[in-house]
Ligand binder design. Structure first.
Ligand code: TYM
Length: 334
């Protein structure tokens, strides 16, 4: 608890270009939860170097992502928006938690298996212990709730296991976090292969709607989206392409999937795809416009970066000191 409010933590990687999946599965929920909780939203750049990055590009993307958090509607006076690398407590706690995590647990992580298959030439120890750093992010702020898409659930589970293990030894040190998964949009699929998650790193640009795509591109990509030959708009696993488009439309408009089925009863896929495209444009356009304005205000963004890193650092230190004491590190002599 901070000032009587429960704590929320979440983060995103600044690798690749953000997709509408990141927006509908995470960022949009962050905004809706931001009044109710004391929120920490991090640009998790330590996680990003588990795969090779071009340094200048990583810096540029990280700043763009931080700006995007604000453009999406997070007020940096009320929400702590900061770079993970500016708060050394993340790496320090991750080390300690590494000593409370088993190789067998990490071996089971599906993201590790996927990423090591993709980057077979660079299966580094950081990629393997990635979930421990994620646990450190969350536990450092004593987070009660962590809004994420479905793909991060396994990492949330291991975070809870590590925290419970630590608490069983040392007493109630960490708050046990709960995941928050949105009702719709928690797993947006590729537009070209609805069996696959929409991903920042997909090589086919037509598979994803990027947050910065212009309206024409968005409309064109939806028109090309892979569907089926059923010719009816139904929310069913037998029609994964259409189901995914309904998910996107529902998440953009707030309409329930049943309402969407009724709205497009008897209409063709052409009309439906146009409507999905228009709904996505109307959600993304204001974010893009605000982003363009904010990007120009260098001094303002710099001040957000500085002030919020200090705020995050303050809360991180509180937990870190407690943990260091528990495990037996000597107190610093001041
Ligand atoms: P990342 O950067 O891959 O994704 C950021 C958020 O977007 C969600 N997401 C999706 N949601 C719905 N449909 C999709 N197709 C889709 N793709 C991505 C993700 O679930 C995530 O919520 N390891 C994390 C970042 C992280 C983190 C944390 C998150 C580091 N530390 C602590 C929460 C708490 C990641 O790589 O997310």
């Amino acid at each position: 608890m901070i000032d009587g409010k429960k704590v929320l933590f979440s983060g995103m990687q600044a690798t690749g270009t953000l997709t509408i999946g990141n927006y509908l599965g995470a960022l949009k929920n962050w905004v809706s939860l931001s009044e109710e909780y004391e929120c920490f939203y991090s640009v998790v750049d330590l996680h990003s170097i588990t795969v090779r990055q071009d340094p200048a590009e990583l810096r540029r993307r990280a700043r763009a992502l931080l700006t995007l958090y604000i453009a999406a509607g997070l007020d940096p006076k009320k929400n702590c928006i900061y770079y993970q690398s500016h708060v050394s407590g993340h790496a320090e706690l991750a080390w300690i938690l590494n000593c409370f995590t088993y190789m067998g647990e990490l071996n089971r992580m599906t993201q590790f298996k996927d990423k090591s298959a993709k980057h077979a030439d660079n299966i580094n120890a950081g990629l393997f212990t990635y979930p421990v750093l994620m646990a450190a992010d969350i536990l450092l702020y004593q987070a009660d709730v962590v809004p994420v898409g479905i793909d991060q659930m396994q990492h949330l589970e291991i975070t809870r296991d590590i925290a419970q293990r630590f608490n069983a030894i040392y007493g109630d040190v960490f708050t046990i976090p709960e995941p928050y998964i949105g009702k719709v949009g928690a797993k947006i699929m590729s537009l070209q292969d609805p069996a696959k998650k929409m991903s920042k790193s997909d090589e086919n640009p037509n598979a994803s709607i990027y947050l910065m795509d212009d309206p024409d591109t968005i409309m064109r990509k939806f028109k090309r989206a892979v569907t089926d030959s059923e010719a009816c708009v139904r929310y069913t696993d037998e029609q994964p392409g259409i189901k995914n488009l309904i998910d996107i439309y529902s998440a953009c408009t707030g309409k329930k999937p049943e309402e969407v089925e009724r709205e497009f009863d008897g209409k063709g896929y052409g009309d439906f795809k146009t409507a999905v495209g228009e709904a996505a444009v109307s959600v993304l356009k204001p974010v893009q416009e605000r982003f363009a304005e904010l990007e120009k205000d260098k001094a303002y963004i710099d001040s957000v970066i500085k002030e919020n890193a200090e705020k995050a650092g303050y809360f991180a230190q509180k937990t870190l000191r407690k943990v260091q004491k528990k495990v037996g590190f000597p107190e610093k002599i001041r």
